[in-house]
Write a protein that binds this ligand. Structure first.
Ligand code: TMP
Length: 234
């Protein structure tokens, strides 16, 4: 990376300016955080793997007619994307119960959720990204009714496309977190889709192959990211 203008620096990525106001570069870092950045580490190679997995997944979504911000990969850690205005709502879609859902409602770990469950969180680090309702979203003016409906519709489509995509690679898509952006009035899938933002379990063994290995000190963190990369990109 050269001395490009950093427009924004997040926990796992930097957003860099390009020559065009319509496009940005997403630079994927090796930094990992969990529990609202209480826990921090560097996972060597994570940025490379997440850039390439995200690029592949965004391409698969585009082929299925789902709009995303992805344009192209520009280096092993960087992708070009459309510059969007991010809607500060994290949309989580779940096929199995785990993580915060189990902690909140006491469901059985791994319970099948059919139809998939959609949850909305307020993207706000100072507040710890709380679960919110559609009424809260309207109150805070984070999105209007049509935008909320479109985000939920797109989340269901993304899940329906990615479940078989990962299954054919021996991976169960347990849940995923999506962020949406607006570009020229259109809502598109933005941010990244990677083992940082999805839960992926080995179909046969149930082994966790995602950021939960880091969150819960399960060991072999780099190996898990690399294994997903091998199955998705190699
Ligand atoms: P949760 O069970 O912890 O709420 O996580 C649901 C999904 O969202 C899971 O795939 C991990 C992902 N996620 C993020 O991408 N960023 C976050 O900050 C959190 C808490 C979860």
């Amino acid at each position: 990376m050269t001395a490009e203008t950093v427009l924004y620096e997040g926990k796992a990525k930097k957003i860099l300016a390009t020559d065009s106001p319509e496009y940005i570069i997403q630079y994927f870092k090796d930094d990992a955080t969990a529990f609202n950045a209480e826990k921090r580490a560097v996972i060597p190679g994570k940025g490379i793997v997440n850039n390439q997995i995200s690029a592949r997944v965004f391409s698969v979504l585009a082929e299925a007619g789902i709009p995303t911000h992805f344009v192209r990969t520009v280096s092993e850690r960087e992708m070009m994307a459309k510059r969007v205005s991010i809607i500060p709502v994290e949309v989580v879609i779940r096929n199995r119960a785990t993580g915060s859902l189990v902690a909140r409602l006491g469901l059985e770990e791994g319970q099948v959720l059919n139809p998939p469950l959609i949850e909305l969180f307020y993207k706000n680090d100072a507040l710890g990204d709380p679960l919110i309702t559609e009424d809260h979203i309207r109150l805070l003016k984070l999105a209007d009714d049509a935008q909320i409906a479109e985000m939920k519709r797109l989340a269901q489509r993304v899940n329906a496309v990615l479940l078989p995509f990962f299954e054919s690679r021996g991976l169960l898509l347990v849940d995923l977190k999506l962020e949406f952006g607006i570009a020229n009035g259109q809502i598109v899938v933005a941010d990244e889709i990677s083992p940082d933002t999805c839960r992926l379990w080995d179909l046969q063994s149930g082994e966790r192959l995602d950021k939960d290995r880091f969150r819960h000190d399960l060991g072999r963190v780099e190996e898990a990211y690399r294994e997903v990369w091998r199955r998705v990109c190699a």
